[in-house]
Write a protein that binds this ligand. Structure first.
Ligand SMILES: [Zn+2]
Length: 501
């Protein structure tokens, strides 16, 4: 089955930061997991490059908007291998192949009668590139996000007839209760819709850095329309000489942060209907990672810089921490001290030590070969249904809950070591079959849990699965391998990091 997952396209007026990495890592976890389930995956990310904010930023920097876009898009693209993202394509909205397809789709929206010309009067934030209705404004007509005065605008605009889709949108939310997850964001979008939809401005006459409307080239498209359409247009040119639209549209999942909810959850489905296209199947909205902690960490300083954290601890540690510390979908505080604590207690102690112990015991007691044996009923009980539960959670984009499900198994295996005490069984070889059984179950349990953790800890999992002679990445149940495979010992998976102080 096809599985198409996207990140937002990132706006190139700023440098990439942890918030961008977070959305991309989330989409990557899902893409990797779905590949493990044998799905036909397409994973898209990219950059959003038009609009007044870019025009203004380029002016300040003394370069052309295209130069600024090129410079910053390259930084976003460079972030991907650093966080181990396995995207299939990187779209840039200044790509002429995107422009060509946007013009075609918007002409269809026009031909279908979903745009009107009118006079826009309202309040505009140039940094958001968005108009603010009365209820969206901060006191004294300022932008609540940027805290700058809004500009009063009165001009001829083309309008997208969003209000005409009110009933259809309400129907969509009723029919598909999980169209937007988590539920708090769904309710927010639905109440926005139920509050009454107004037509939205589609174009502006004064904008220079944007796409001309195909039916009125004097007007430039408001950046959100051209940006949203990337999810569809990319499929048309991501593969040379191949159109992937039939295969992957509608998208299975758009991943994004909550501040762009309205555009995706309200305007986007309506725009797609207006263009005779289907809306996406689902969107997963995450919260913000808040740097609340004032306490200095030993080595990482005060602010969690993703690049520095990766350089010292590896991308796996950052991926793990972000989904472990903050429940995906909610806002939560992160800190460098918290990062280092989880690295030590969970990655190094819980998981790293488990792996080292299991490999070392198989090596020492059974000459580096996993002895074939039966599944231990005591352990089977706790592994029963775990893979289905884990997959089910990721189907609902519950990344933190899925990780906890895997971690429950890590903790269970550690308890199993303590309960069975293989080193004592080895001293008294009166019952070698029991030691075989324990070592088999530990190696097998470690293999199963490591396969589950592949999307979160891709580099570590690769090393560990290689040490367990596991070539496949397909999800497996406890006992699905008969034993008999060779293992290799490994240096610590999560070594102690010298803090240099
Ligand atoms: Zn603003």
């Amino acid at each position: 089955m096809a599985y198409y997952v996207t990140t937002p396209i990132y706006y190139v007026n700023a440098e990439p930061h942890l918030g961008h990495a977070y959305s991309t890592m989330a989409a990557d976890v899902l893409a990797r997991h779905m590949r493990q389930r044998g799905e036909d995956v397409f994973f898209l990310t990219g950059t959003d490059e038009h609009g007044e904010p870019i025009e203004l930023a380029a002016e300040r920097a003394g370069v052309t908007p295209q130069e600024l876009a090129d410079r910053n898009a390259a930084k976003f693209e460079a972030l991907l291998p650093i966080i181990d993202a396995t995207n299939d394509f990187f779209i840039r909205t200044s790509d002429p192949r995107h422009a060509e397809r946007v013009a075609e789709i918007m002409q269809r929206v026009y031909d279908n009668g979903w745009v009107d010309k009118g006079t826009y009067e309202g309040w505009y934030c140039p940094r958001c590139a968005d108009f603010k209705s009365e209820r969206e404004q901060a006191p004294e007509r300022t932008c609540p996000i940027h805290e700058i005065p809004l500009e009063e605008v009165r001009e001829e605009n083309w309008f997208f007839r969003l209000s005409a889709f009110q009933a259809q949108l309400e129907g969509l939310y009723e029919e598909r209760p999980d169209f937007v997850v988590p539920e708090v964001r769904r309710n927010e979008a639905l109440s926005f819709i139920e509050g009454g939809l107004e037509d939205v401005s589609l174009s502006r006459p004064k904008l220079k850095w944007g796409m001309p409307l195909p039916w009125d080239p004097e007007q430039r498209m408001y950046v959100w329309f051209d940006a949203l359409l990337n999810y569809v247009t990319a499929l048309g040119f991501a593969r040379e000489g191949e159109d992937l639209t039939e295969r992957f549209w509608p998208a299975d999942l758009h991943v994004m942060a909550k501040e762009i909810l309205k555009f995706h959850a309200v305007i986007w489905p309506a725009l797609l209907w207006a263009a005779d296209l289907e809306p996406p199947k689902r969107m997963a909205i995450h919260g913000f990672l808040l740097m609340g902690e004032k306490k200095m960490s030993k080595s990482l300083g005060n602010v969690l810089d993703p690049f520095e954290a990766i350089e010292r601890y590896g991308a796996d540690a950052l991926r793990f921490y972000c989904f472990r510390e903050v429940s995906f979908g909610q806002d939560g505080a992160i800190s460098t001290a918290g990062f280092e604590a989880r690295y030590e207690t969970e990655l190094a102690n819980d998981f790293g030590n488990l792996a080292s112990r299991v490999l070392a015991m198989v090596d020492r007691y059974r000459d580096a070969t996993v002895p074939p044996a039966q599944v231990d009923a005591v352990l089977a009980e706790d592994f029963e249904g775990a893979v289905e539960r884990f997959s089910g959670l990721l189907d609902r984009a519950e990344l933190s809950q899925a990780l906890e499900e895997a971690w429950r198994l890590v903790r269970r295996l550690n308890r199993y070591v303590e309960e069975t005490r293989p080193w004592e069984l080895a001293k008294d070889e009166a019952d070698p079959e029991r030691l075989d059984e324990v070592l088999y179950n530990l190696a097998e349990g470690l293999r199963v849990v490591t396969l589950l953790l592949v999307p979160y800890l891709p580099q570590t999992s690769d090393r560990l699965l290689a040490a367990l002679s596991e070539d496949s990445r397909a999800l497996a149940e406890l006992g699905s391998h008969p034993g008999g495979q060779r293992i290799d010992r490994l240096p610590p998976l999560f070594p102690k990091i010298e803090t240099g102080s």
